[in-house]
Ligand binder design. Sequence first.
Ligand code: TXA
Ligand code: MG
Length: 350
Amino acid sequence: METEIIEINPLENARPFYQKAAELLASGGLTAIPTETVYGLGADAFQPDAVAAVFAVKERPSFDPLILHLSNARQLDEITEVPEALRETVDALAGEFWPGPMTLVLPKKGVVPDIATSGLPTVAVRVSAHPVMRGVCKALGHPVAAPSANRFGHISPTSAEAVKKELGGRIPLILDAGACSEGLESTILFPLIDDRGKPAVRILRHGPVTRERLRGVVRVLKNPRLPASGGEEDDERPAAPGQLTSHYAPSKPLILVDPKEPFEARPGESYGLISYKGDSPLARQDCWAAVISLSPGSGRLAEAAVRLFAVMRRMDETPEVDVIVAESLPETGLGVPMMDRLRRAAAQRV
Ligand code: TXA
Ligand code: MG
């Protein structure tokens, strides 16, 4: 299949392109659509066959449900059944973080096909801040089901070129609006009533809306530990069904290291370093075939987050590098979702 790439400038007259993409979706087709987090692979959420095609194109296991994108928070009640006791919390979160990089998992209504939620009674929903995603949702008039536009387990695409490398030849259309402004997938929240009868959320996936920002709006519970790691709570281990230990993985092995510790290179192997600021003792070692800094000099986590996936891709595509070494990052604010992605990228594939 030929993959057409259309460059869109949302500030100019982009509506005919939203219309064209919506017609493709309405006919059961798929298109890649930019959002502020990563590019999504969109289908009409109300057409089970189109949703099935998303799973097939991504080679995604059927147990891993999709996120439904709305053009407006007012449509939330069309697809979800917000429990009365959570209404205030949901409204507060939507008011503060939508449109934006936050996803809410809520009880679903019957209009949402089971295949979109992998049979779960809940559905993940978000209102993207990207004018192209919102424009396509509006033109379609239905929610757009869109996982990240990569093959399952791979690094999420933050540019149209990255989508083309992942899915070129498998989908008919990519809408290209340049690089994503957040660079990490949305924060996924599960609103609930806790055992004291109070509203709260669990973080199912860390993302651009950090725990610190959430705490200004809602109580954030710690996540229960997975059975394998003992009974205690551990809020660094979010638990959306798709959050397999190995994920966001480059094709080369990736090792996560402490930038203050010396790195022992093995003879015959060639290493590329992903450094935070580029000025660590590690970055000054002479064993690197390539060094790329996430936020050169200044060390701003927001800049590092925007660049993380693109830099991982670049290292993956650098022929002189056999093994990728990444410096661990400070685990506050955006450092938390970045370390989540790096740990999964470092996990051995099973
Ligand atoms: O930023 C994003 O969220 C991007 C853009 C395209 O919107 N989308 C994205 O989708 O990252 P995806 O499919 O790569 O990740 C969706 C995650 C998966 O880990 C999935 O398991 C979880 O959302 N999820 C979906 N529905 C769920 C549900 N009902 N309960 C718990 N987790 C759910
Ligand atoms: Mg994904």
